[in-house]
Design a protein around this ligand. Structure first.
Ligand SMILES: [Fe+2]
Length: 454
């Protein structure tokens, strides 16, 4: 058996936008983690023995004041200028204006998008007939994803996540990269984007109370981090995680690098929600929590009167990867088809759909920094931290400026034309531009993942 096991069974394809969760609700209320509960070392770079042990056993560590809060001022200024803030007439000096602002957002918003759907034209509305998709098919992420969660309105500003200055101020900040190398170990892939700023607004008094929605993201992320750009008090939307959940879930995955859930994973998830008391990350602007990438997490309970503003981030080591995690829109009444881990879209003609039709919208989860499967399909390690650093080796700045996926594949993502800063996002491209047809419904996508290494 080879160590990479590329002959391992191909798991069923999954929608890249789907999270892993089960129906059972969380039983326990979160414990707010304030600085008095941190192990020694939270205010310094590096990892103390107590912090190493906490990461190994619980799957997280919090660093206080890792980024000076002045660093975020330009992005606060930009935040108030963005279309959702303007539409809702949010006023930095009037906290009443921050309550449940989504009442003022248009139901279908397509703010800050370039005119480049399938290479030309506007991003389609839900009613519009499309050449490459069933009417009403989802279009993928938008630069401003605006939703109403149980009680709170949430604005996921993904468009700022590919702003180079924002990435330098957050995910690629030298102190953050230092901690990523201290934990994950090099070579670290230089972050080129993050998921952006997620803002959770105070709820209106007659809206339902916030509830936890525990899940894990089943992406290729090896380490997840959340940075506050504004202070977050207890019960004010603090990012909430289930300590020990990565340890419990890890051993149930079929693979070490690509999360592949099994029946045991479902049982493990139920066990976590029934038995683990979650923690709620509380802190000041510039505080950062680092977690194992397979941590079970949730938006926090928000009963406060401030806007919770956090940057959601993903970190990875440099690895050999395979193709992008694509999904193809359903067409001619057919179902959505997701690309398999071996790079194949298998399209049937069950619904009268023509499998040879390559004029079909494909998209990826463009909010992610790592969008390609890891090439190796090896099984999990006996020690899940086998390859991690966890403070064992000194940090030497082993960060590699791997090109971002949108450059490797020549895909549009960044704001262009008249799109203002904070906008942009990847539209659909035709299946035939990313894959070749081999007959019998088999489309094989091209990988350019590792060309830059050779
Ligand atoms: Fe998530």
């Amino acid at each position: 058996m080879t160590s990479s096991r590329q002959d391992a069974p191909v798991p069923p394809p999954r929608d890249p936008e789907s999270a892993f969760g089960t129906k059972q609700p969380a039983v326990h209320m979160p414990l707010p983690i304030t600085p008095d509960l941190d192990p020694p070392g939270a205010d310094r770079l590096g990892l103390t023995p107590e912090e190493q042990a906490q990461f190994r056993e619980q799957g997280y560590v919090i660093k206080r004041g890792l980024i000076p809060k002045e660093t975020f001022q330009p992005f606060h200024d930009l935040w108030w200028q963005q279309p959702p803030a303007r539409a809702a007439k949010l006023d930095p000096d009037d906290p009443k204006s921050w309550v449940a602002p989504g009442r003022h957002w248009p139901e279908e918003n397509r703010w800050s998008l370039p005119d480049n759907w399938m290479g030309k034209g506007a991003w389609p509305s839900p009613e519009e007939e499309r050449l490459g998709a069933n009417t009403g098919e989802r279009v993928g992420r938008l630069p401003h994803k605006l939703t109403r969660d149980v009680g709170n309105y949430v604005w996921r500003w993904h468009g700022i996540g590919h702003d180079p200055a924002f990435v330098r101020a957050t995910s690629a900040h030298p102190n953050v990269l230092y901690m990523v190398e201290a934990l994950l170990g090099g070579p670290i892939k230089l972050p080129r984007r993050n998921r952006g700023i997620y803002s959770v607004f105070p709820r209106a008094p007659d809206d339902p109370e916030t509830k936890l929605g525990p899940h894990m993201d089943q992406s290729m992320t090896e380490m997840q981090a959340v940075t506050y750009i504004d202070d977050v008090e207890p019960r004010s939307g603090g990012f909430t995680i289930f300590p020990t959940s990565p340890q419990t879930l890890y051993r149930t995955s079929q693979q070490a690098y690509n999360w592949v859930a099994t029946d045991a994973s479902q049982a493990a998830m139920d066990h976590i929600k029934a038995n683990v008391r979650p923690i709620e990350f509380c802190g000041k602007a510039g505080d950062v929590i680092f977690c194992h990438g397979w941590v079970v997490h949730s938006a926090g309970i928000h009963e406060g009167d401030r806007i919770r503003k956090a940057v959601i981030q993903d970190f990875n080591r440099v690895r050999e990867r395979s193709h992008m995690r694509w999904t193809a829109a359903g067409k001619n009444g057919g179902e959505r088809i997701n690309c398999r881990m071996d790079g194949v879209f298998a399209i049937t003609d069950d619904d009268g759909d023509d499998p040879a039709d390559g004029v079909r919208e494909v998209t990826n989860q463009w909010i992610m920094d790592s969008n390609e499967f890891v090439l190796s399909r090896r099984e999990v390690f006996a020690d899940m931290f086998e390859e991690w650093n966890l403070g064992q080796r000194p940090v030497e700045g082993n960060v590699v400026a791997e090109p971002p996926w949108w450059e490797k594949y020549g895909l549009p993502l960044l704001p262009s034309g008249s799109v203002p800063r904070g906008g942009g996002g990847m539209p659909a491209v035709p299946l035939s531009s990313v894959a070749s047809y081999e007959g019998d419904g088999i489309w094989r996508v091209k990988s350019r993942a590792n060309n830059w290494m050779h």
